[in-house]
Write a protein that binds this ligand. Structure first.
Ligand code: SF4
Length: 238
């Protein structure tokens, strides 16, 4: 799958696209939000922090003001207190917002540290550790979960459980994990969509369990019932 998707969507070198705090907060904002609205919400949020950016200031503002700033992101009322709680916890633990120490931790310890933060689940933590620190973790977002379930790489399970299951199947090779994650995202957006996947144009068709079973009539992902066992709480949300 990795080779086929890279041939189709191109190589994706692993280069951090933004600093770790930006990645962390933007990933929280990105949940159920498109990238344009995520970026707009992030820019309005950091504008509250002044110049130079003070995360302390954002952490102490009235929560309604933070929710208003991130209103382009979905569920701003629940994300605003989570973001503020995350900021306060980082500062309380580390005395600053410098996350570079995560590069020196074993991957599972970094994962544990990040997921202990109040607003951070396994997907967000895995993404920050892979994208920013090149640690061998595999973030499972809705696209990765849907495609790997449909092709039959993993049995029916929720997104949180899929992190462990897929990591067991994949080599501990950060550039490969990054490239596969990003290309699965492209494939999920363009071909293996939530409802009415375009199986006739799919390069994974020959090895896809869902296609073998349903042919060109693969049902909407909601109809398959996969993910009903999704973890509750922040792990499911983040
Ligand atoms: S064949 Fe269809 S269901 Fe299978 S991965 Fe491709 S688009 Fe998705």
């Amino acid at each position: 799958m990795h080779r086929t998707l890279t041939d189709t969507y191109g190589p994706k070198p692993l280069v951090a696209r933004r600093d770790p705090m930006h990645e962390l907060i933007s990933t929280i904002l990105s949940q159920r939000t498109n990238w344009r609205d995520e970026d707009a919400a992030y820019q309005e949020l950091v504008a509250l922090g002044g110049e130079p950016l003070s995360w302390d200031r954002i952490a102490e503002l009235p929560v309604e003001q933070v929710a208003h700033a991130i209103r382009r992101s979905n569920y701003p009322e629940s994300k605003a207190p989570r973001i503020q709680a995350t900021l306060k916890a980082i500062c309380a633990e580390r005395g600053s917002y410098d996350l570079s120490f995560l590069a020196t931790l074993p991957p599972q310890e970094g994962l544990k540290w990040l997921t202990n933060l109040p607003g951070v689940g396994v997907k967000t933590a895995s993404l920050v550790l892979l994208f920013n620190f090149s640690l061998p973790l595999f973030p499972v977002d809705t696209h990765v979960h849907r495609i790997t379930s449909r092709v039959g790489a993993i049995p029916a399970m929720g997104e949180a459980a899929a992190h462990k299951a897929l990591l067991r199947l994949l080599p501990p090779d950060p550039p490969l994990l990054y490239e596969l994650h990003v290309n699965l995202l492209s494939h999920g957006q363009q071909v293996c969509t939530f409802s009415r996947p375009r199986c006739g144009k799919c390069v994974l068709r020959e090895r896809c369990d869902a296609y073998a079973r349903y042919g060109d009539r693969v049902p909407s992902f909601a109809e398959t019932g996969v993910g009903k066992g999704k973890a509750k709480g922040k792990a499911a949300a983040a």
